[in-house]
Design a protein around this ligand. Structure first.
Ligand code: XIL
Length: 362
């Protein structure tokens, strides 16, 4: 009894002392005695959530930034299970002179992807932008251009054969009305250039999936009708094409209605084609506020949901990873903040929206 009383009094004294002492302790605790702050479990990386449902979540990557920035490298490797070559495999960078290729950046991207167990989408073989001046100014005859393009495709696709799971073979061949655009390839070779390019790519890597890729053809409109007709024509003539890439560069105030995107994906799927969201970013313009970031997150969520629900869509690629290296500010002259991580590599609500959407089981 006495002992219990003694212990109670002692406890009381100790507690009283510690309470009275606390406010008077002027010096901060040495760091080593500071208790660890409560651990916040980080959200699971996108790629592990994607992988569990057989989905590919990708980022466009340029070797220029990957080489220089280890934080960026870690971010890309942690979050994405797919990499699209943003610029390094385009005609100009990879084939700077008629007789010379430059594979340094492309090879380094493949190495990075392999080291981090990421699939690669090759972008792009035939486009009318980012072409070398020798090609644009060469005044080549039809036969010469055919030889140039065939040799280019065999060389580039052949080099990365087995390392690239899907190619954007032809990029942006149509105008807003859904007609073939006036490009060096249409002028020099004629409308057949598209079928030829798919054929040659298939010959160079029979296992790669081959995509036609375009922008502003996500919903139902004249352009997406044109894409539909184009790929149906290729399919009907036995040309090896596996899918259509819907780029999805959208603006907060001009988003293709999700219902239309779903309908477009469904009609392409009925042709036996896959669809992929290949270049998504959501421009915020000049105003980056909690509200605009929230709306951006909602758009990412809606369009990922459309893809997850579509029978033939298993890929969403964001056109970048951090706003620090996004192409948008240079394009529009505004902050835009179109991708999932901000200028300081901090996750935005859009990331959380994708994480939550991938976690949902439907
Ligand atoms: C962009 C790159 O992101 C920029 O770095 C480059 O300066 C221009 O091209 N549609 C496409 C992509 O198919 O190749 C473009 O990429 C963005 C629009």
């Amino acid at each position: 009894m006495k002992r219990t009383l003694f212990i109670t009094v002692l406890l009381f004294v100790v507690l009283a002392c510690s309470f009275t002492q606390l406010p008077t302790a002027p010096t901060p605790f040495p760091t080593s005695t500071v208790p660890p702050s409560p651990t916040v479990t980080p959200a699971p990386p996108l790629r592990s959530l994607a992988a569990t449902r057989g989905f590919w979540i990708g980022s466009a990557v340029s070797y220029e930034y990957l080489r220089a920035d280890s934080t960026y490298r870690d971010l890309v490797a942690r979050e994405f299970n797919l990499l699209t070559t943003e610029n390094d495999l385009k005609f100009g960078p990879i084939h700077p002179e008629l007789e010379r290729y430059d594979f340094e950046a492309g090879d380094a991207l493949m190495e990075f992807a392999q080291a981090n167990d990421m699939a690669v989408r090759g972008h792009t073989l035939v486009w009318d932008w980012q072409n070398p001046s020798w090609l644009m100014e060469g005044n080549y005859s039809r036969d010469e251009l055919i030889n140039i393009l065939r040799e280019h495709i065999y060389t580039v696709v052949g080099r990365y054969r087995g390392q690239i799971s899907a190619w954007d073979v032809v990029n942006e061949a149509l105008d807003p009305q859904g007609n073939l655009r006036d490009t060096i390839w249409l002028r020099g070779i004629g409308p057949d250039y598209i079928a030829l390019a798919f054929q040659w790519t298939h010959e160079a890597d029979p296992d790669a999936k081959l995509f036609y890729n375009d922008q502003a053809a996500e919903g139902m409109n004249a352009k997406s009708d044109g894409v539909y007709e184009l790929v149906k024509g290729l399919r009907d003539s036995g040309i090896p094409i596996d899918g259509v890439g819907l780029q999805m560069h959208v603006d907060l105030n001009a988003v293709p209605p999700p219902g239309e995107v779903a309908a477009n994906m469904a009609r392409l799927g009925e042709l036996g084609l896959e669809v992929a969201i290949t270049e998504m970013d959501v421009r915020l313009g000049p105003e980056i506020t909690p509200e605009t970031l929230q709306r951006q997150a909602e758009i990412y969520r809606e369009l990922l949901s459309v893809c997850l629900r579509a029978e033939k869509c298993n890929t969403l690629v964001v056109w970048g990873a951090t706003d620090a290296y996004s192409w948008l500010p240079e394009l529009t002259g505004m902050p835009d903040a179109g991708v999932l991580f901000d200028l300081h590599y901090q996750p935005k609500p859009a990331l959380e929206a994708l994480v939550k959407t991938l976690m949902l089981t439907e």
